[in-house]
Ligand binder design. Structure first.
Ligand code: EPU
Length: 334
């Protein structure tokens, strides 16, 4: 294993923040996990680096996950089970699935990051969450020095949430994920813009490929490409509020968008709240709020993670002041 010292993490996070890691190594082979267990007390895993904000130099060992590969575990008349290694690029898995006509993750096309992040934060977009396709997650438990497998239920998935952000936080290394995909897909085009985009594309017959391409078009039109402008996707979660609170807000702001979650709860797009507070397109130096989607904070060149952290606090405060709603950060802050 090649251990490096004091190297810049800039190429390893999509925000493009320049902070050093005390120690750094790449993991190409699952058998090396045993050796890594010994190596350092503090371990941090980086996959695509697409959901982290680095606010200070990182102490301990940063492990860049490069485990890749997708294999067909089993299949029957209706389904296939694919095992993807955690360092595999997420979008490659989506392409593999749609090229075979297998359904379940086509709405999640073009989400940046790796397969390992999918269960961690239960990635989601356009009406679908990864949890609906995840059969099981296999992870290395550092303290026990053993590989364990949790089924879907044991992962305690929630909105951008799982057991890996709570009880198992910093305790495990996600090694691979098994996805159950359908040979007879049920298409999910309920999310507003998809139907319109399919129409604009001139699609007459639905397919997983057509849906994935529609999603890719929508994402490209709204979300900044991290290769061009540093960002980590949605910086905040969409808040869920009680119906009574929503009704009070609605009477003051009749145009407020909302999505019912249950009989008593309603989800409000944080992007709308942030835009109403006047932040959309805000820029100070190299940091700012994306011009087309207020939920995304951006680094135009050399912003510091600590500055973006401070900006996110200012946004939190103004939303709290204007709407009485406490936003929660979605990105992991190091
Ligand atoms: N809106 C505004 N102003 C904005 C942004 C949004 O008014 O600047 C309002 C609009 O009414 C819009 C609605 O919010 O119709 C929803 O916006 P959008 O469809 O862009 O989705 P979102 O709720 O802001 C969530 C996810 C995204 C995912 C999209 C599409 C979260 C935190 N974010 O955003 O996920 O791509 O839905 O499904 O749930 C990510 O997690 O990194 C991410 C990009």
């Amino acid at each position: 294993m090649h251990l490096q010292q004091n190297i810049s993490l800039r190429p390893y996070n999509t925000f493009g923040i320049d902070v050093p890691a005390e120690f750094f190594t790449e993991l190409n082979d699952i058998d090396a996990l045993e050796e890594l267990t010994e190596l350092a007390q503090q371990k941090h895993i980086i996959g695509g680096g697409s959901n982290i904000l680095l606010t200070q130099p990182v102490k301990g060992l940063v492990i860049h996950n490069k485990l890749n590969g997708i294999t067909l575990e089993k299949e029957n008349d209706t389904h296939v089970w694919l095992r993807a290694q955690s360092g595999e690029i997420w979008h490659n898995l989506v392409l593999y699935a749609i090229n075979n006509g297998w359904g379940g993750i086509e709405n999640l096309a073009l989400i940046p990051g790796t397969v390992g992040a999918a269960p961690m934060q239960n990635i989601g977009a356009y009406g679908v969450e990864a949890r609906s396709a995840i059969e099981s997650v296999t992870f290395w438990y550092w303290n026990e020095r053993t590989l364990l497998t949790y089924n879907n239920r044991e992962c305690s998935f929630g909105y951008r949430d799982s057991i890996f952000k709570h009880r198992l936080k910093d305790k495990v290394f996600i090694a691979s994920v098994v996805f159950k995909l359908s040979k007879q897909p049920q298409y999910n085009t309920t999310y507003g813009a998809i139907k319109q985009e399919l129409e604009d594309m001139g699609v007459n017959e639905l397919s997983v490929k057509a849906i994935a391409y529609a999603v890719m078009n929508i994402r490209r039109s709204k979300l900044p490409d991290p290769a061009v402008i540093g960002n980590a996707g949605s910086f905040f979660k969409n808040p869920t509020i009680p119906i009574a609170a929503y009704q009070r807000l609605h009477s003051r702001h009749p145009t407020i968008p909302s999505y019912p979650v249950s009989k008593t709860l309603i989800k409000i797009p944080a992007g709308w709240l942030i835009e109403q507070c006047g932040w959309k397109g805000y820029r100070a130096g190299d940091m700012g709020v994306h011009t087309k989607q207020a939920l995304v904070l951006v680094n135009y060149a050399d912003a510091k993670g600590s500055e973006i952290w401070k900006l996110s606090g200012d946004i939190l405060n103004s939303v709290k002041e204007q709407f009485g709603i406490e936003l929660e950060r979605e990105v992991q802050v190091w």
